[in-house]
Design a binder for this molecule. Structure first.
Ligand code: NAD
Ligand code: DAU
Length: 380
């Protein structure tokens, strides 16, 4: 047996959100053993974790969550008592082109983890006591909301994150009891995985928790997603492909605030519960894009609005959900979490980070990041 107080597998820890969760747990809990289980698909980048990779309480394992035997052997080898599951195919546009991979990873991969956790934990004398299977999901499973107020109305939520930009584009919000109504192959696969997780609680008594979060932004996001893609394009004066009219609304949360929420919920959330996590921070895409152009231009010393002409309206995404807006007041009320950053602050930090870390971006866009594992780990 090891000397660690807890042994936790974090899946997808080399990805965008996962790397922030791994960093937070490794730093905050030196008495926990954090095992980062990641297949290193195109979205996995070990350079995201350079600053913590030598820590004694951190282990990286390159593996596929769909590989049941491997997951089972890791559970046994490391006496795992907690799983925080983030590994997934996460990009909606890719799911439209290749739905099979999304079903395989997001549904079958989640099932493989659940079954391994079940068999291992049920084999122990204490069974499920002290164990936790925490599944990270998305607000996209709820479907899309109406935009009844395209001009924006006062938001019912006042939090640190929303006090400056506090409007909403409709009266309805996603709450934890909303029925599921996914529209993309990505969200359909995530919805299915959420159902499996809850079924393992209801059928076998596994101590599960599910959280559904809104759009994250911040450092280390793969530049296929709106914010990093557009920051990089503005820097290099490349066209900005805005889907449709740019009127779609998303609720944005700084990624470190999501990681903080995951820490809170992993430790204090109630088993079998669902918690929504969001930024109380709705923005139309086109408005965010203008903020990005102004911020990049200002930080690079370019003339104001010089790059507005990069905005290029293109064919809309198929099945493009109009509005997401999440009510995360249950989490705020019951566990005292709220976002720590206002969007204006968060976006300034984020743009600065991408501009200051051009080497990270170049490493990703050139494909060189995929050699990191061979260079650093293969011969260990
Ligand atoms: P990401 O695409 O940046 O990272 C996914 C990670 O999972 C990568 O490191 C990849 O290598 C790994 N992975 C993929 N398939 C795997 C497999 N079969 N086995 C092991 N590892 C595998 O994703 P992200 O944006 O960080 O999202 C993480 C999780 O959070 C996902 O479950 C996603 O659905 C959810 N989520 C994301 C957002 C968002 O805005 N990005 C919002 C809400 C919820
Ligand atoms: O809501 C949570 C979800 O947020 C997560 O579950 C997903 O994993 C994550 O990818 C994200 O999904 P979105 O589809 O909302 O994120 P994306 O960055 O791809 O797009 C944000 C919005 O910007 C969306 O309305 C589509 C639009 N868009 C996106 C890209 C990449 C454009 O207009 N042009 C683009 O080039």
């Amino acid at each position: 047996m090891s000397n660690f107080k807890r042994s936790i597998i974090i899946t997808g820890g080399a990805g965008f959100i996962g790397s922030h969760v791994v960093r937070l747990f490794v730093n905050q809990y030196p008495d926990y053993h954090i095992i980062n289980l990641d297949k290193l698909t195109y979205a996995g980048n070990l350079a995201n974790l350079k600053d913590i990779e030598e820590r004694p309480n951190y282990t990286f394992v390159k593996a596929d969550i769909c590989d049941f035997e491997k997951v089972m052997s890791l559970m046994q080898e490391y006496h795992v008592d907690g799983i925080i599951h983030l590994a997934a195919e996460s990009h909606v546009d890719r799911s439209i082109k290749d739905p099979f991979t999304f079903a395989q990873t997001n549904v079958m991969g989640t099932l493989s983890l659940l079954q391994a956790a079940k068999l291992y934990w049920e084999s122990l004398p204490e069974g499920y006591e002290g164990k936790r299977f925490y599944h990270i999901s998305t607000d996209e499973v709820y479907g899309a909301l109406e935009m009844t107020h395209p001009e924006g109305i006062e938001s019912p939520f006042t939090t640190k994150a929303s006090s400056e930009h506090h409007h909403a584009y409709g009266e309805e919000f996603f709450v934890e009891t909303n029925p599921y109504n996914p529209h993309s192959p990505y969200s359909a696969a995530k919805a299915s995985s959420d159902h499996f997780v809850r079924a393992f609680h209801d059928t076998y008594g596994m101590p599960t928790i599910v959280t559904n979060c809104s759009n994250n932004y911040g450092p280390y996001q793969f530049p296929e997603k709106l914010i990093p893609l557009f920051i990089n394009n503005i820097r290099h004066r490349k066209p900005l492909p805005v889907y449709g009219k740019g009127e779609n609304v998303r609720d944005w949360l700084y990624v470190v605030d999501h990681a903080r929420a995951i820490d809170t919920i992993f430790h204090r959330g109630k088993v079998a519960e669902t918690y929504n996590i969001g930024g109380f921070n709705e923005w139309k895409n086109i408005d965010i894009i203008k903020v990005l152009i102004r911020t990049v231009d200002r930080l690079l010393g370019r003339a104001e609005d010089e790059d507005m002409n990069l905005i290029t309206y293109v064919t809309d995404r198929a099945g493009h959900d109009l509005r997401y807006a999440i009510d995360s007041s249950k989490l705020q009320r019951e566990l005292g979490w709220e976002p720590s950053l206002q969007f204006e602050e968060g976006i300034e930090k984020t743009v600065k980070w991408y501009l200051d870390n051009q080497a990270w971006m170049d490493n990703v866009t050139s494909g060189d990041y995929q050699n990191y594992y061979d260079d650093m780990y293969k011969n260990r």
